[in-house]
Structures are given as structure tokens and as C-alpha cells.
Design a protein around this ligand. Structure first.
Ligand SMILES: O=C(O)CCC(=O)C(=O)O
Ligand SMILES: [Fe+2]
Length: 247
């Protein structure tokens, strides 16, 4: 694991980003800009989820976006900063340009929420694990004008495995800082997540048991980042998730 390469320098919970803490740490103008960004990106997430609901033929096409529009939604914004790992100018100038070494800035994981909308600067770093070969990492070219969308674990559960929560990680760059900003669209803590009835068919019987978002978060915080937490909620799981309840 690379030294202190990735760190969060802000967690803005929506809609609580007008909290006292934020008011003190941000000027009103910055707060306004962040609020506008969050509103826009939340709208984008809802639009995408409505299209997905329609595409999947759900009786209630807005079933997913309703969870995010809920006032109690646990959605949040995170900013990640990956400083270059050749930290000083001397190191940068002595290392050759074709040095292809790479360092993990944010380890392998899947996002636990419903949907993630990511933006970054023009420094590469995001990689996804190949769905067909779990030893192959595929680099995603950065594009500061684009949004990158990840399905989260909760959407995988609600679609009974039709949508897959992709495992991914972020690499730090040797010379330039990578900056990324994620909107994690999440339901409220008390929301019960389970495969939607339309997603359960004789060919694809129910794969996941029902859980609350609060329960999933508790499990998540008790496990390592790389653990496949959703596996614990599979009906045929061999792992006893009950151990997670021990405090
Ligand atoms: O910074 C990135 O590109 C990815 C970060 C990420 O996957 C996360 O914060 O969940
Ligand atoms: Fe992620």
C-alpha cells in the first residue's frame, strides 16, 4: 500500500451540506457552488435511474430515483486527492519519463450505494476489474468533461444481479495530482433493500436477502475495503453475516 497517497479532504453529506461545520469551513460562495453541483449531479443520477427503471420494465419506473429524492437520503459527496508519489521536484526530475511504476491510491472495492457519479481532472488513475478475468485491471482514460457512472452494490441487489457493481480502484500518478469528485447516490438509512419482484424470475430466482441500508453500512465498516460485502447478503451465502452484529 502506497504511503498516504489517497486521502479524503472533504465529506459533504447531502442535504446536510449546509451544516454548521460546512458553514464554518467554507465561504458562502463555495457553499453555493457545491450546493449547485450536488443538485445537478443528483438530478443526473435520478434521470439515469429512471431510464434504467424504464429499460428494465419496472412497474414503477421511478422506484430507484425515489430513494435518492427522499429527504432522508444518505447520499454524499467525496473529494479525493492523490498527490504525485514522486513528491518533490528533485525526485520528479531524476526519474525517467518512461517509468511505468504505479501505486495504488485507493484500494480495490465496489461502491456500496445505488449509483456513483464520478468526475475527475485529466490525470488517469481509475481502473476497473475485468468482469471476465479477475486478475486483469482495465484503465479508464480520464476525461474532465465526462461523468463516469458506477453501479453500486444496492443496485446490484435490487436488480437481482442484472446490473453489476463493478470492482474498481484508483492509482496515484508519479508526477501529477489526480483529483476526483464522487456523488454517491444512496437511500435513507431505514430503506429496505431487496430484489424488486420484476427482477425475480424462474430463470433468475431471488439472489439476495432483504437488508436495510443502515445494516449494510454497519457490515461495511466492520470489514476491509476489499471485502465483497454483498456476498454476505446472498441467499446462498456460505458466510454467516450474523457475526457482524457482535459489538
Ligand atoms: O478517485 C477515483 O477515481 C475513484 C475513487 C473511488 O472509487 C471512491 O472514492 O469510491
Ligand atoms: Fe469507488
Amino acid at each position: 500500500m502506497a504511503r498516504g497517497i489517497a486521502y479524503k479532504f472533504g465529506i459533504l453529506k447531502t442535504p446536510a451540506y449546509t451544516s454548521a461545520h460546512l458553514k464554518h469551513s467554507m465561504t458562502r460562495k463555495k457553499c453555493f457552488v457545491v450546493n449547485n453541483y450536488v443538485e445537478a449531479v443528483r438530478g443526473l443520477a435520478c434521470e439515469l435511474l429512471d431510464m434504467l427503471g424504464e429499460g428494465l420494465g419496472l412497474k414503477d419506473e421511478k422506484a430507484f430515483s425515489k430513494l435518492i429524492k427522499d429527504n432522508e437520503s444518505d447520499s454524499l459527496v467525496r473529494l479525493n486527492h492523490y498527490p504525485p508519489y514522486y513528491g518533490n521536484a528533485e525526485e520528479r526530475s531524476t526519474k525517467t519519463k518512461d517509468d511505468n511504476s504505479s501505486r495504488v491510491g485507493f484500494g480495490e472495492h465496489s461502491d456500496p450505494q445505488i449509483l456513483t457519479i464520478l468526475r475527475s481532472n485529466d490525470v488517469d488513475g481509475l481502473q476497473i476489474l475485468s468482469p471476465v478475468n479477475d486478475r486483469v485491471w482495465i484503465s479508464v482514460k480520464s476525461d474532465p468533461t465526462a461523468f463516469f457512472v458506477n453501479v453500486g452494490d444496492a443496485l446490484q441487489a435490487m436488480t437481482n444481479g442484472r446490473c453489476i457493481s463493478v470492482r474498481h480502484r484508483a492509482m496515484a500518478n508519479s508526477r501529477r495530482s489526480r483529483l476526483s469528485m464522487m456523488f454517491f447516490a444512496a437511500p435513507s438509512l431505514q430503506t429496505c433493500i431487496s430484489p424488486l419482484p420484476e427482477m425475480i424470475t424462474p430463470e433468475n430466482p431471488q439472489q439476495y436477502r432483504q437488508y436495510t441500508w443502515a445494516e449494510f453500512k454497519k457490515t461495511m465498516y466492520s470489514l476491509r475495503l476489499a471485502s465483497n460485502r454483498l456476498e454476505l447478503y446472498r441467499l446462498d451465502s456460505k458466510v454467516d453475516y450474523k457475526f457482524q452484529d457482535d459489538d
